[in-house]
Design a protein around this ligand. Structure first.
Ligand code: GLU
Length: 302
């Protein structure tokens, strides 16, 4: 092993579709081509969004496609104590604070859009809860310094968290821990050195880097792959009715994912077995051939 440790971290909100397959293939091959480990984490922390049976279905699909992960699957729903401890640490250090604002109050008082299409939190509860108000959520106090990093695929990225996002939620009003906190705590706890995932998460990376700094965690390397979009330019997802992957066509779908990632896999491999596609892909994985785009419409893709 080389000290490289990667991971794939699906959310069980539905079956795997071609877009998630692309992220899984890219992260697995980046890890294996460097003699690294590759872990699997089920991001089921947002329990109301979990679809019953989806996690098992994802695991079965990954196995049928010939993915081999190292060690047991990490389930975020079993990690709440770790997230609570991290939040406690952030509160003690003065980084996190309680917030009483409702969605409506934020909508009425916010003045700036946020990168994720929402509104940047205007900082109402930053200096303490208003008299008579109770804590609903917990937020991270961000700064207005530039957060910069160089993505291995997408190049240099910069954000100013206070301007572009605002103090963001770590624990929600419904008591659930936010993805941003869970992902950072788990990546550090699992010793992940390299994050390879879809470019839909590029804009949340500065938040994750901000949290890593507050928690004293090392910063992993990042590589954000283009996401697969439909003809309307929307990311493939359950909401956009992405077709479910056919386990009986695993080799063909793997070859299609490799082509999407700019790899010149021979088309005949589509008629072979997944193990043969993996053999080819491990030997020929070419990181420099990855398209440096945030999204690619499947309609424009053979
Ligand atoms: N669970 C996230 C998703 O399915 C991925 C998180 C990550 O890779 O950091 O979109």
């Amino acid at each position: 092993m080389t000290g490289y440790r990667g991971r794939f971290a699906p959310s069980p909100t539905g079956p795997l579709h071609f877009g998630s397959l692309v992220a899984a293939v890219g992260s697995a091959l980046d890890a294996r081509s460097q003699g690294g480990e590759w872990l699997l984490r089920m991001e089921d922390v947002d329990t109301p969004r979990n679809v019953p049976g989806a996690a098992d279905d994802i695991l079965r699909t990954l196995a049928a496609f010939g993915f081999e992960w190292d060690g047991p699957v990490l389930w975020q729903s079993r990690r709440r104590d770790a997230y609570a401890a991290a939040l406690e640490h952030l509160c003690q250090a003065g980084w996190a604070y309680a917030c009483a604002c409702s969605r409506k109050e934020i909508a009425d008082s916010a003045t700036r859009p946020a990168v994720d299409g929402g509104l940047a939190y205007p900082g109402t509860c930053r200096n303490g809860l208003p008299p008579g108000r109770a804590a609903r959520a917990w937020r991270l106090r961000v700064t207005d310094e530039e957060t910069a990093f160089t993505d291995r695929v997408q190049g240099r990225q910069t954000q100013r968290l206070e301007r572009d996002v605002g103090d963001f939620v770590l624990r929600r009003a419904d008591g659930l821990f936010a993805y941003q906190l869970a992902v950072v705590v788990d990546d550090a706890w699992q010793g992940v050195t390299d994050i390879v995932r879809g470019a839909d998460l590029l804009d949340s990376t500065p938040r994750q880097i901000g949290l890593q700094r507050c928690l004293g965690y090392p910063q992993p390397r990042y590589a954000h792959l283009p996401v697969a979009a439909n003809a309307a330019g929307e990311k493939l997802s359950k909401q956009t009715r992405a077709p479910v992957l056919d386990r009986n066509r695993a080799a063909a779908e793997l070859v299609r994912a490799l082509h999407f990632l700019g790899q010149r896999a021979p088309v005949e491999l589509a008629l072979s077995r997944p193990a043969e596609v993996w053999d080819w892909a491990r030997q020929h994985w070419d990181f420099t051939a990855l398209p440096r785009q945030r999204s690619i419409a499947l309609a424009n893709f053979p």
